[in-house]
Each structure stands twice: as structure tokens, then as C-alpha cells.
Design a protein around this ligand. Structure first.
Ligand code: HBI
Ligand code: FE
Length: 276
């Protein structure tokens, strides 16, 4: 496993902007609540603008989570949010300097801790930023952790995704996360299409595209298909997988024999999302 010092050097070389010098061995830091007035203003601007969309396009479980956790009027205090989240689903959030290595990431999830980046994008980057920042991590991922079935899925992802990773199934696990936790859609029986993935919740343009555009490619969720469909990180997704319920996601992952799936797919060219 990579040391904090080695990872800090790698991040610096890649121009990532987190400060990894002060990390614990599990890559967490204290959330020093020393944000500037400008940070607070950026936070409010992002939340105000995005809430106008999520109120119409986000799945109700996400919106219920926002109501239960509150705190969109100022940068969240992670301890306060953790206290509320612990009562709802036993999850808490921990501060990290930015991306962390896979191993500690899986380990945090397996222990119901969600890593949230402790810094926020600047005023000039309201629309797009390459690295996950606090707005993506918190506004995107945290509300839905208040929902028991999804919360259980995320813990299971930490356990089984981590195990799969150690068996050479890193790609399979990453695709599952990408097409559900990051870009998942939901259409419950008799209800309209909604979004819940964090990459969509935190994106002004892609959220509208994914849910409302006739050009968005919607595919019924199938765990094995997801695990061998390619994805790209720097443009709109060319496929969105649509779940019938969170229970369907959790149940199919619970039943999945990851060793068998890895054996079956590890040397096979993944599917093109455009034609899946
Ligand atoms: N670290 N902070 C952070 N956030 C992530 O979403 C994240 C990470 N490290 C690894 C990772 N995601 C993914 O590679 C895993 O889902 C596979
Ligand atoms: Fe994310």
C-alpha cells in the first residue's frame, strides 16, 4: 500500500491541489473551518443554482436527504453533518485533501465513512473542475447516504469493491461505482425518470442533459453489463444506466460472485457505452 508521503509526491507532480502534507495514515485531515467569505459565497452560488435543477430532476431520496441534513446555506461543518448522518444510517463524513488511493477509499466506505474533500473550487471554476472538490463530494454524494438501502450498498461497495480490486477487478468495481454512485438514474414503477448520481447532482449542464435530453442514451441497469462497459471522465456520458430501485442495485451486488465475474471479463474488451 502506498504511503502518504509517496502519494503526496505523486499528487504534487500531477498538479493536484490538495495539501497531503498533514494527512493521517488513513488520508484523513481535520476540517479546519477557516473558509473565506469568498468561499462561502461560491458555496451559496453553487447550491442556489444547482438546487433549482435538483428540485425538478433529482430522485426524491436525494431531496429527502438534503432536507434531513440541511446546511446548504453555508459550507457544511463536517462534524455537525456526521452527527445527523450517524443517527439516520450510521454513516459519517471525514475530511480528506482530495483524491486518495483506492485502498483507503474502499476501507473508509466499508466502515461507513465517506471521504469529503476539504477545499472548494474557485469563483472562476463554477461550471467545471477536473478534480473532485467539496461541492462535488458533499452536494453530490452525501445527501443520499441518508437513505438506508443506498447507504448499505455503499458500504457493500467498500467491502466487495475492495476485495475485487485485490483480485484484479479494479476496473469492474470502478465501472459499477461510475455508472451508479456517480452517474446513476432511477425510474421507479409508475414514476418519471430521475437522477441520483453525484456526478450529475453536482453538474449544471450534465444533469439537465442526462434526464431531459432526447440524445441521452438510457440503458436498463444490469450489474454485469455495467461492469464491462467502458466510461470516459472528461465528457458527458454516452450511456446512463437506469435503476428500477436501490434495492435492485443492492440485491444484485450482494448476489454477485466477484471472483467469477473478474475471471469472465478481465481480458475481454469492454463495451462501448454508445452502443451498449
Ligand atoms: N478518493 N477522495 C476520493 N474520492 C473518490 O471518489 C475516489 C477516491 N479514490 C479512489 C476512487 N474514488 C475510485 O478510484 C474508486 O471508486 C474505485
Ligand atoms: Fe464522486
Amino acid at each position: 500500500t502506498i504511503s502518504v508521503e509517496a502519494y503526496a509526491r505523486e499528487c504534487a507532480e500531477q498538479g493536484l491541489r490538495g495539501n497531503y502534507a498533514v494527512c493521517q495514515p488513513d488520508f484523513t485531515v481535520e476540517q479546519k473551518y477557516d473558509y473565506s467569505d469568498e468561499d462561502q459565497e461560491v458555496w451559496r452560488t453553487l447550491c442556489d443554482r444547482q438546487t433549482k435543477l435538483t428540485s425538478k430532476l433529482a430522485h426524491h431520496s436525494y431531496l429527502d436527504g438534503v432536507d434531513a441534513l440541511g446546511l446548504l446555506d453555508r459550507i457544511p461543518d463536517f462534524h455537525e453533518v456526521s452527527e445527523r448522518l450517524r443517527k439516520l444510517t450510521g454513516w459519517e463524513i471525514v475530511a480528506v485533501p482530495g483524491l486518495i488511493p483506492n485502498e483507503p477509499f474502499f476501507d473508509h466506505l466499508a466502515n461507513r465513512r465517506f471521504p469529503v474533500t476539504n477545499w472548494l473550487r474557485s469563483k472562476k471554476e463554477l461550471d467545471y473542475i477536473v478534480e473532485p472538490d467539496m461541492f462535488h463530494d458533499f452536494f453530490g454524494h452525501v445527501p443520499i447516504l441518508s437513505q438506508p438501502v443506498f447507504a448499505d450498498f455503499m458500504q457493500l461497495y467498500g467491502e466487495k469493491g475492495g476485495a475485487a480490486s485485490r483480485m484484479g477487478g479494479e476496473q469492474l468495481a470502478a465501472r459499477l461505482y461510475w455508472y451508479t454512485a456517480e452517474f446513476g438514474l432511477m425510474r421507479e414503477e409508475g414514476a418519471p425518470l430521475k437522477a441520483f448520481g453525484a456526478g450529475l447532482m453536482s453538474s449544471f449542464s450534465e444533469l439537465q442533459f442526462a434526464v431531459t435530453s432526447p440524445d441521452a442514451h438510457h440503458v436498463p441497469f444490469d450489474l454485469e453489463t455495467v461492469m464491462h462497459t467502458n466510461y470516459e471522465i472528461d465528457k458527458f456520458q454516452r450511456a446512463y444506466f437506469v435503476l428500477p430501485s436501490f434495492a435492485a442495485l443492492k440485491d444484485s451486488f450482494e448476489k454477485a460472485d466477484m471472483a467469477k465475474l473478474i475471471e469472465r471479463w478481465k481480458d475481454v474488451e469492454p463495451l462501448d457505452p454508445a452502443t451498449v
